[in-house]
Design a protein around this ligand. Structure first.
Ligand code: SAM
Length: 421
């Protein structure tokens, strides 16, 4: 109860903006950022999903070590706009969005041509802060606007930007004036709202969304459960699946994916209208082998960096044993199998693209991983951990590896259509 109460307050900083010809420019119609604890709901649903996530973790997990983290509360990218922020270190994700954008826009255009609806309700799941989410929203709106010019009247847009509640929504919404400037000359009615909550819980009303988009987010699991029945780590010395991990480690990750991904599909199936589309872009593995260079190497290098820190007394080795990345890149078959089993969606398209980590982008990769992991690492190892040193070690190890051979990472673009059941 108390947990839900706190959550209700946290979720009240939703904001709804309207911009249209009728308002002669743009104007804030509802809301502004409300301080935590202000009881005022605007456009945002109060998700019950925190309770679900936490309940499932306590009922199905072996006793977790004291330091186990509540991902839904603690996981967030580095906020703000400074040198170590996600906003300034998400060029690689931007590159992946760029490589896949033509598919996203093609599917959105196709959906719009087929829909009777005068409204387009779109959600970006795992939007984070920084420029990437709004740049995709801008392309979506422009794509529909260009299609309308030739064919149909312009729909009204309702866009929901979703992420975990500790995401820096404030920075994201502060960049809206720039977004509106870029949209000048496109007459439209557009509302943008925050929807804080885990996408492994219910986020939206039934049959509400026309189009769901998610980039670079769905490889994050709801949790990593790598403890035996006594609560001890089964993956000592590693933070992910490594070459020397016992086979139970890969099995535990696979099981978590088999629990999370169908749940995600089932929840979205309730929220998306029949015929609605979903474009999911996330990291995968090249084949069935769980330890592959593109998928697991980065985590192994981060483990090694932490081990070096531990050997120099900078990190408590036991804390390293209980730190596990809640990250999983499935292989193509695993995704196809779960979509088939879940049955609510038709698989319209499945594309696989590769990107390369070479010596020239090791610094960007290292800074990018820092922007994603810093908060969790600080929370787990203590705020005093020397993060600059950790990522200097990591960067140097990464450069050594990239010198041997470029590291190929694999990305999936999965396009799904909600079936009529
Ligand atoms: C690497 S960022 C990607 C941001 C943006 N979509 C992009 O492509 O640049 C991944 C985002 O997914 C969010 N995320 C991870 N698990 C989530 C969950 N269960 N529910 C909602 N968001 C989640 C993280 O908080 C983070 O902001």
């Amino acid at each position: 109860m108390e947990r839900e109460g706190r959550l209700t307050k946290r979720c009240c900083f939703g904001l709804l903006l309207h911009w249209s010809r009728a308002y002669a420019g743009f104007a804030i119609v509802v809301g502004a950022f409300l301080p935590e604890g202000t009881a005022h709901a605007t456009s945002v649903l109060i998700p019950s999903n925190f309770a679900h996530d936490s309940a499932s973790s306590s009922s199905t997990t072996a006793p977790a070590p004291a330091a186990a983290m509540d991902i839904a509360r603690s996981f967030h990218m580095n906020d703000g706009e400074n040198a170590t922020s996600y906003a300034k270190n998400s060029a690689l994700q931007k590159g992946i969005i760029g490589m896949t954008n033509h598919i996203t826009m093609e599917l959105l255009k196709d959906l719009y041509m087929k829909t009777e609806s005068e409204k387009m309700v779109i959600a970006d799941l795992g939007c984070s802060s920084g420029p990437n989410s709004l740049s995709v929203v801008r392309d979506m709106v422009k794509t529909v606007a260009d299609t309308c010019r030739e064919n149909k009247p312009m729909p009204e847009f309702l866009i929901f930007l979703n992420d975990l509640p500790s995401n820096d929504f404030n920075s994201l919404f502060k960049s809206l004036p720039d977004f509106y400037t870029q949209m000048m000359g496109t007459p439209l009615i557009l509302s943008i709202a925050a929807c804080p909550g885990s996408f492994y819980g219910r986020l939206f009303p039934t049959q509400f969304l026309n189009f769901v988009y998610s980039s670079n987010s769905l490889h994050w699991l709801s949790k990593a459960r790598l403890n035996d029945e006594k609560g001890n780590s089964i993956n000592k010395g590693n933070i992910h699946i490594a070459g020397n991990s016992p086979k139970q480690v890969a099995e535990a990750y696979t099981d978590q994916f088999r629990e999370d991904f169908p749940k995600f599909l089932m929840l979205r199936a309730e929220e998306i209208v029949v015929g609605g589309r979903m474009v999911l872009i996330f990291n995968g593995r090249a084949g069935p082998d769980h330890f592959d260079r593109g998928f697991s190497l980065l985590w192994s290098l981060l483990s090694q960096s932490l081990i070096i820190m531990a050997s120099q007394g900078d990190v408590d080795i036991e804390k390293l044993d209980s730190f596990d990345a809640h990250y999983y890149g499935p292989c193509k078959n695993e995704v196809e199998e779960e979509v088939k089993k879940q049955r609510s969606f038709e698989l319209d398209r499945f594309e696989v693209i590769e990107s390369n980590i070479g010596v020239n982008n090791c610094i960007a990769v290292s800074n990018g991983i820092r922007a994603i992991q810093e908060n969790l690492i600080r929370e787990h190892f203590g705020g005093n951990i020397n993060i600059d040193k950790l990522f200097e070690l990591f960067r140097n190890l990464l450069i050594e590896e990239a010198k041997k051979e470029a590291i190929k990472t694999v990305h999936f673009i999965v396009a799904l259509r909600r079936k009529e059941m």
